[in-house]
Design a binder for this molecule. Structure first.
Ligand code: WT7
Length: 654
């Protein structure tokens, strides 16, 4: 059989200029990859030198994937400070270089250029403020901020004093915020008066006020002034950042941290239960974030790099803040949205700041693609060199548009597959090394051994042209270490179904050329606009409403969002379906979780398809949501097969 690559169909090799410039070309990739697998200690021992250590490590990897005793340690006897790596070590050579370009929501407001020297000062002041509020090494600090430079100061300040930050995306509701503050027993919440986004303002401080009603009384709140909007002030609990920053000292000594001390906790959705706190540690995480940032995007000194994510997600942690700053890069931080004031905003910002590497999500590309090419074409994008996507599979139409219209056919597209859990990219084409295929994550990064397993037997499927569940054979430095406060859940989620492997939760296909294609989640996690959502979370929000007896939530294909949220709702006996109730439930879910969890479709379901033992058959619900009634499979094991007919008959939007 001839392969796609042999036929030359839909394969996009890098141009000569890209190859010549690239840190890694095809040859180097092959050699380095082989070396990374053959002797991973030697490989990662060398890569560890990318960052500065206070006390150098003598051991590299110490990992057990054995269920019951999973332990992941990298550079375990080394000590370092992450903020010193992102700041202090650059001061001599690049104190006056811009570290962060901040582009505000309103294009008529001035952008800020924050130098490494300034970022160092600001971080130190924030660190001193936190210390004055009683934050000590190992304490948790929740950050609930808009995309403003203070979010970076706060992250780096925590890292500086050894506090563990947990960022909560500013789009989450007070309830979700409270759950996370309580989940990690945070001492301080850092927030802002308001978050401007797309010309609208979210009242962050009042959300925080509402959340803090449901936390310990001792939790303090540090408030950054962003808009100057009115806020309620609780004296003794609330601290004024801007006022304190005037007094705070410009220097704070970086704490000496062990490589395996936690750097941050980031809550993410799973297939069951409430979100879990993914824990990343300092040494290995930073090595991996720095290395992938440099190589995946082919970042070179002096480049301007822009990742459009929010720091509330792992992408913002690794690829707005830690990776770029560890590399002494200029990283752009954008407060706004792609379509404000109009659909040209991304490209205006690229032109204005002469962006070289641009990293965004397919959902944004799909939305912008629909607005027409003129929004892109009127901007000068000649500085763009590498384009990246992340968060969900990219469909070929969006890929081609990105390649042709945005990249002018000159820029490699790195389709980076990774997860909150992985800390950094695990699979991606590299700009100068791989011929890209639209929609394929292509090749593993150095040190990563992907395996395709048979979902039932758990046996590795070898060879090419195969499909199954995606696991990773061995560890890498950026891997999560545990679930905060629940190591058992960590082992159960990632190491129990397929023993001896890290289970990703994704399905994948290895094509005839040996290139990887992510086929989507194999669990009850859905991906809405690149945001990860547990269907169980939406269900539990729905059943918390007094009118709802039962709910089942599945994903369905959505043109812009990738996946939409489809809810089947069974009402209490005394309640009748109505448009008002439908609206009420939508608002309810938004308040329980946040706008990102807003149901796209709610279908009234007099009954749900269950097995005789009472298990909801989601497979059938997914098919109905997908409008694919022909392949419902065997329904004979259902307790009451007639409910399926009713659901089909009354499918929402039919
Ligand atoms: C899930 C992880 C990684 C940072 C943002 C999302 C899906 C991620 C891709 C990609 C296809 C992708 C997977 C993964 N995903 N990147 N390039 N192609 N699918 O992080 O919220 O932890 O979600 O996003 O399903 O498991 P996350």
């Amino acid at each position: 059989m001839t392969t796609a690559a042999q036929q030359g169909a839909n394969v996009y090799p890098p141009n000569a200029e890209t190859v010549a410039r690239a840190h890694v070309d095809a040859d180097k990739y092959t050699k380095m990859y082989e070396a990374s697998i053959k002797d991973s200690d030697a490989f990662w021992g060398e890569q560890g030198k990318r960052i500065d250590w206070i006390k150098p490590y003598s051991q590299v990897k110490d990992v057990s994937y054995n269920f019951g005793s999973v332990g992941i340690n990298w550079y375990a006897d080394g000590t370092l400070n992450v903020s010193a790596n992102c700041l202090d070590r650059h001061l001599k050579a690049r104190g006056d270089q811009t570290a962060i370009i901040w582009e505000p929501d309103d294009p008529n407001d001035a952008a800020q250029h924050i130098t490494y020297a300034e970022l160092h000062r600001r971080t130190c002041r924030m660190a001193n403020i936190l210390e004055s509020m009683g934050v000590r090494k190992g304490d948790r600090v929740v950050i609930y901020l808009p995309m403003i430079p203070e979010a970076a100061y706060a992250m780096l300040a925590c890292a500086r004093i050894g506090a563990i930050h947990s960022i909560v995306f500013a789009g989450f509701s007070p309830d979700a915020l409270a759950a996370r503050v309580n989940g990690c027993d945070a001492k301080v919440v850092i927030t802002a008066d308001e978050a401007p986004r797309g010309g609208r303002k979210t009242a962050l401080k009042s959300n925080a006020d509402a959340a803090l009603l449901h936390t310990k009384d001792s939790v303090k709140c540090l408030v950054v002034k962003r808009t100057g909007g009115q806020t309620t002030w609780v004296s003794g609990r609330d601290y004024d950042y801007n006022e304190m920053a005037l007094e705070a000292g410009d220097y704070c000594a970086p704490a000496e941290m062990n490589a395996e001390d936690p750097l941050f906790i980031l809550y993410t959705s799973g297939s069951t239960g409430q979100p879990k706190g993914v824990v990343h540690t300092t040494g290995g995480y930073l090595v991996y974030a720095a290395m992938t940032h440099e190589i995946t995007f082919d970042y070179h000194d002096g480049d301007v790099y822009w990742c459009t994510a929010d720091v509330g997600w792992v992408t913002g942690h690794s690829y707005i803040v830690y990776g770029p700053l560890a590399n002494g890069a200029t990283t752009l931080m954008f407060e706004g949205v792609p379509t404000y004031p109009d659909a040209s905003r991304f490209w205006q910002v690229c032109e204005k700041h002469k962006v070289n590497q641009f990293y965004t999500a397919p959902t944004a590309l799909r939305a912008l693609m629909g607005q027409g090419n003129e929004w892109v074409e009127k901007c000068d994008l000649s500085d763009l060199r590498t384009l990246g996507t992340v968060g969900e599979p990219i469909n070929p139409e969006a890929w081609n548009w990105y390649n042709d219209v945005v990249g002018g056919g000159r820029c490699p597209i790195v389709d980076t597959w990774w997860q909150t859990e992985t800390g950094g990219h695990l699979m991606t084409p590299l700009p100068g090394a791989h011929a890209m295929k639209p929609g394929s994550a292509m090749k593993p990064f150095f040190g990563i051994e992907p395996v395709v397993l048979d979902p039932q037997s758990g046996v590795e499927i070898n060879g090419n042209g195969v499909e199954g569940v995606l696991c990773i054979k061995d560890s890498w430095p950026g891997q999560m270490r545990t679930v905060w406060g629940d190591h058992e859940r960590f082992e159960k989620t990632y190491f129990s179904d397929y023993k001896g492997y890290y289970f990703t939760g994704d399905g994948c296909r290895r094509d005839e050329d040996g290139d990887y294609w992510i086929t989507g989640r194999v669990d009850d996690v859905i991906n809405v606009s690149g945001h990860r959502m547990g269907t169980a979370e939406v269900e539990s929000a729905l059943v918390a409403h007094a009118a709802v007896a039962e709910a089942a939530v599945v994903g369905y294909p959505h043109e812009i969002k990738g996946q939409g949220i489809y809810c089947y709702v069974t009402l209490m006996n005394d309640r009748e379906p109505s448009d008002d109730l439908l609206k009420e439930l939508r608002v309810w879910v938004r308040t329980e979780i946040g706008p990102i969890a807003s149901p796209d479709v709610i279908q009234w379901a007099p009954g749900l398809p269950k097995t005789r033992s009472g298990k909801i058959m989601r497979r059938i619900l997914r098919k109905i949501a997908e409008n694919d009634f022909g392949s419902l499979g065997d329904t004979s094991t259902l307790a009451d097969p007639s409910v399926v007919e009713d659901l089909i008959e009354n499918r929402a939007g039919k």
